[in-house]
Design a protein around this ligand. Structure first.
Ligand SMILES: [Zn+2]
Length: 260
């Protein structure tokens, strides 16, 4: 069923299922797909949503409105609701319409918005994200092969990647297994800091390994300890991370062909 899906789109479904189990929902509903999209496509979402707080507003509304039951084990293979099945059909149609070979997260977002009655679409609409706007946005993304570069099966504008490379080019990158970092949390606000010397301050509590994931500075690929090798190793300058695919693609110079 998911053969044509990009890795990112598959992960959206994976996290939608995870969210559905956490909410104790018997089915994967459109709001769970929305949470999966927010998690996997933060770059796209931040471009579309009016402010960074929109995401916490959406999460709060889902807490208030979604069906909630006892948490189910994430090993239970929850089925898609009928609304979600339609979202997936629409996503396929949207990819078709744009003559895109793969079904990516942007097509899932378009599909979600086409299922107008679903909570997912209603929440996005309430934040000013309409089907017409996302169609325009996705349509504007460059599509000719010369303007895009593929990372993890998704097309990224070359101009965006070049801008990032200028920022990131000055660092020395080395391959590391990804490891969680210790953090301190300010008890009153839940805000976090990496300055663990603050643990002496009674306003903070120390959380060993509390920073459980980083994202590739170019493509937002998730780096985390319990992922498969592509997710659990990356290149770092000691502070920020690159996924192995971005590093190989953009930082390793192409090998010169051998002279005849
Ligand atoms: Zn990357």
């Amino acid at each position: 069923m998911f053969e044509r899906y990009t890795e990112k789109a598959r992960r959206v479904i994976f996290f939608a299922r995870y969210e559905a189990s956490n909410y104790g929902s018997p089915y994967i509903e459109t709001e769970h797909l929305l949470l999966g999209l927010i998690r996997e496509t933060s770059d796209l979402m931040y471009s579309l949503l009016p402010s960074p707080t929109s995401i916490s507003k959406i999460r709060k509304q889902i807490d208030d409105q979604a069906v909630q039951g006892a948490k189910t084990s994430t090993s239970v293979d929850l089925a898609l609701s009928n609304e979600c099945k339609r979202v997936l059909e629409y996503a396929g149609e949207e990819a078709e319409r744009l003559s895109h070979k793969h079904i990516g997260s942007e097509h899932l977002l378009l599909g979600l918005l086409r299922e107008k009655g679903g909570l997912g679409a209603r929440l996005l609409n309430s934040q000013g994200v309409s089907l017409a706007r996302v169609r325009e946005f996705v349509g504007k993304r460059p599509r000719s092969a010369a303007d895009v570069v593929e990372i993890h099966g998704e097309d990224w504008p070359i101009s965006y990647v070049r801008g990032k490379l200028e920022e990131l080019g000055e660092f020395a990158w080395r391959l590391y297994p990804w490891q969680p970092s210790d953090i301190v949390v300010e008890t009153s606000s839940d805000s976090i800091s990496f300055d663990t010397t603050l643990k002496e301050d009674p306003a903070f509590k120390f959380v060993a390994g509390g920073w459980s994931r980083d994202y590739c500075s170019i493509c937002n690929w998730e780096l985390t300890i319990d992922g498969e090798s592509e997710h659990s190793t990356g290149y770092s300058n000691g502070r920020i991370w690159l996924c192995t695919e971005c590093y190989q693609k953009f930082f390793v110079l192409p090998v010169e062909p051998a002279k005849p």
